[in-house]
Design a protein around this ligand. Structure first.
Ligand code: M5T
Ligand code: MG
Length: 613
């Protein structure tokens, strides 16, 4: 019931049009009933000699028309008038059906478009955490095929409910005045046919569901294969992947076969029941007609009515099943819409200087599993902080707290003395530029990829950012320069180039706080140094966080943080840390001894080369 309400909510703005389209199908159905009635009058009172018989509200219409054309004597030689009337009714019916199709299509398309917009916009506002946790394939399915299920239901199926409803309603109002016993005979099996339809489709709902799920699994294999194509190729896993797809594909085929077999059963049994119903009308009707209880025209009218009525009733089961499916889709879409969004106040603007203070900060993704424990340090505006630590020690998690991608669990982080949790997320994100550890490039041009961080940025600004990131010359070397399109996930670029484009994108924002999550390690030592030198030359020096394992990078920082299992185990400048026992000194010694080894190795080579000369 709640879901029906949701569906009703989705329909907002197009409800009237949709209801009118159902009205149109009502009109078309209504007109359909005039066919058998005209046939009846023609057979009984024009070809036959019975006095015109029309019951209830039809009486004035039929007698009026009958007399207008000159009664039986006038019409008997002009049977074509009856044919013309039938054609006119069919034409008007056609017009109604056309508008029903048009209006229900317009309404359902607009409703689908509105739902897609609503879900998409909502997704944009959901927290980072939500996106990290959800499966992209699943979300895409909700935005596309679930919406499509709703659209199809509204465009095609739901109007069928209207048709069946009108059909039975009108049939009764036309049939009862003609002959009550014939009406009873015509309706005798209808409840069974309807009941059978409902029960059967409730039973096959499971089969429908299984086939749908199997299709979903097949698409997931396809999607994963395509997005992981490089892994598949690199490990020569094609044969395995083909097998995997084949299994899913066969499973889907088998389930669909089963569904088709079940449906074949349904339609044949339902056909059988319908034939019995039609036969009952014909047999009893002929018997009564022969005995003069009803006229030949009435028999003709009833046998046509029965044929017309049974089809939409048999369809009802299908409609009800689809309604079940639609309600599942409505629920799945609402699950997204029910997720609380992040709160933004777009107008809020803050001027950040860049003093950052962590006081006993702890953080956990899942309750009871702390990733950062009791971290405290202070950074003055413009200082560079380097973070060192083994994999999984919490470096990324620590810097993700600054743009409020996640909120710390306890302790306090202040920026220029203001508690971070009190600063609006949009506002802080405009002041914290982060180059993610795994950068993502959109399938757009390089210029668009860089420019995405700041709307309406000038070309010069983009070039400057690219220059600082040492990628400007690389881009100019491409045939189309900044207009070069990046393939999906940037396959046309090397890893380092991709990192630098991502860096340029962040630098374009010119934020007072900058974060490089391992991004400088992806470029060679010289480029790394060049980028840092350029950054230092910038007019406003940003408070910079650099996560890196490269000692040259680390040693030049004002403050070095060493993390171990989420704890800040060492803090200080290079001079302080090389003289302290700990990870930093160990790495420094290893690197130095490596360098020494390298030098001796090179010297040896030189000597050798010298001898060769
Ligand atoms: C620290 C866990 C991860 C690790 C720890 C991003 C993320 C991490 N973790 C989660 O449970 N959920 C998440 O969404 O937190 O992870 P990190 O901060 O990413 O570590 P790092 O940046 O120091 O590692 P690395 O490999 O990038 O050098 O236990 O499982
Ligand atoms: Mg990391």
């Amino acid at each position: 019931m709640k879901k029906l309400y949701y569906l009703w909510q989705f329909m907002k703005g197009n409800r009237a049009l949709y209801i009118i389209s159902i009205g149109a199908i009502g009109m078309a159905t209504f007109l359909l009933f005039f066919w058998p009635m005209i046939l009846r009058v023609t057979v009984d009172s024009i070809i036959g000699e019975k006095a015109l018989e029309a019951q209830g509200w039809l009486k004035p219409i039929f007698t009026g028309a009958f007399n207008f054309f000159g009664g039986r004597s006038g019409l008997v030689g002009k049977l074509w008038i009856c044919s013309i009337l039938l054609i006119i009714i069919t034409l008007i019916r056609g017009i109604f059906l056309y508008f029903k199709g048009k209006w229900s299509a317009i309404a359902s398309e607009s409703i689908a478009q509105r739902i897609r917009d609503k879900v998409y916009n909502h997704l944009q506002l959901l927290p980072y955490n939500y996106h990290v946790k959800s499966k992209t394939g699943d979300l895409i399915q909700r935005c596309t095929s679930d919406v499509e299920t709703i659209r199809r239901f509204l465009a095609i199926q739901f109007v069928e409910v209207g048709r069946a409803f009108f059909m039975v309603g009108f049939a009764l109002s036309f049939m009862i005045p003609m002959s009550v016993p014939m009406t009873l005979v015509s309706m005798a099996l209808v409840p069974f046919i309807f009941g059978f339809a409902v029960i059967f489709f409730i039973k096959v709902k499971k089969a429908f569901q299984l086939s749908d799920e199997s299709e979903g699994r097949m698409s997931t294999v396809l999607q994963e294969n395509l997005s992981g194509v490089r892994v598949v190729r690199a490990f020569a896993r094609q044969a395995h992947e083909m097998d995997k797809f084949d299994t899913r594909n066969c499973e889907y085929r088998d389930l669909t076969y089963r569904l088709i077999r079940l449906l074949a059963w349904y339609w044949s049994i339902s056909d059988f029941l319908s034939l019995i119903q039609i036969a009952a009308v014909l047999i009893l009707g002929t018997f009564w007609a022969a005995n003069g209880v009803i006229s030949l025209g009435t028999l003709l009218a009833f046998s046509t009515f029965v044929g017309m009525m049974l089809w939409p009733i048999r369809q009802m089961g299908r409609v009800l099943t689809d309604m079940g499916k639609t309600m599942v889709s409505v629920g799945r879409i609402h699950e997204i819409l029910d997720e609380p969004t992040e709160e933004f106040h777009d107008d809020e603007k803050i001027a950040v200087k860049g003093k950052i203070e962590f006081k006993n900060v702890s953080f956990e993704y899942e309750p009871g599993k702390p990733v950062l424990k009791d971290v405290s340090f202070t950074v003055e505006p413009g200082q560079t902080v380097a973070i060192l630590g083994s994999t999984g020690s919490g470096k990324t998690s620590l810097v993700h707290l600054l743009p409020r991608l996640y909120d710390y669990t306890s302790g306090s982080i202040t920026i220029d003395g203001i508690e971070l949790k009190d600063i609006d997320k949009h506002a802080i994100r405009k002041n914290v530029g982060i180059v993610l550890q795994e950068p993502f490039l959109f399938s757009r041009t390089l210029k668009e990829n860089i420019g995405i961080s700041r709307i309406n940025s000038e070309d010069d600004e983009i070039f400057e950012a690219a220059q600082i990131a040492s990628v400007h010359d690389v881009i100019l070397d491409f045939q189309k320069g900044y207009e070069t399109a990046v393939g999906e996930r940037g396959v046309t670029l090397s890893g380092g180039q991709k990192q630098r484009v991502a860096m340029a994108r962040t630098l374009l924002m010119n934020t007072p706080i900058l974060i490089f999550d391992d991004s400088l390690s992806a470029v060679d030592i010289e480029t790394d140094a060049a980028i840092r030198a350029q950054l230092n030359r910038r007019a406003r020096k940003a408070t910079t966080f650099i996560i890196s394992h490269r000692l040259t990078t680390l040693s030049e920082a004002d403050i070095i943080l060493v993390l171990e299992h989420g704890k800040l185990v060492q803090i200080g400048s290079h001079e302080e840390l090389v003289n302290q026992e700990g990870l930093y000194k160990r790495i420094w010694n290893i690197q130095n001894s490596l360098e020494e080894e390298l030098e001796t190795e090179l010297e040896k080579n030189n000597v050798k080369i010298g001898i060769n000369k």
